[in-house]
Design a protein around this ligand. Sequence first.
Ligand code: HEC
Length: 148
Amino acid sequence: MKKQLIAVSALAVVAVQFAWVETSMSHGDVQPQAVDTEGLEPLPEEIAMENPYRLAGGEQYELAKTIGASAYNSNCARCHGLEAISGGIAPDLRMLEDGEFGDEWYMERVRKGYSQNGAYKMPPFESILSQEAMWAIRSYTENQPRPE
Ligand code: HEC
């Protein structure tokens, strides 16, 4: 009898887990996406103050923009808009300042997210995205043409 009960409750736990996975899957955009940054120069642990791929220029910067475009689409677009054109839910990232000042602000927000009254309006990405992926996204958004 006791064994049966345990088996039944174990089943219930599994069922709940499945239900949870299913709901979170059906809202697929809730799942943060891992980003493959192969080919980009690996960065030291310390967070750079300025976009290292822009500083490197050339092929590294071009690759960063490409990787950044897909990383942006799977992690940021649902709030900040497709092609970094904001629909109004969250700020338009094309409007961030150029250069080091914009970089610093960008990194702070992406790593820490933003919460208001204890609720996250933007999740922190520091344990989700690598520093390489974060700078790749910055490389993409800073090259999206600004509105006229
Ligand atoms: C759940 C929605 C959501 C997601 C996902 C999201 N953001 Fe945000 N983000 C926001 C909101 C809301 C703000 C405005 C916070 C504020 O008032 O400063 C914001 C602010 C920012 C800012 C500061 C903009 C400014 O003009 O001050 C940056 C930079 C930023 N987000 C980058 C990103 C990046 C990069 C990603 C993807 C890796 C991302 N966000 C994913 C909602 C989101």
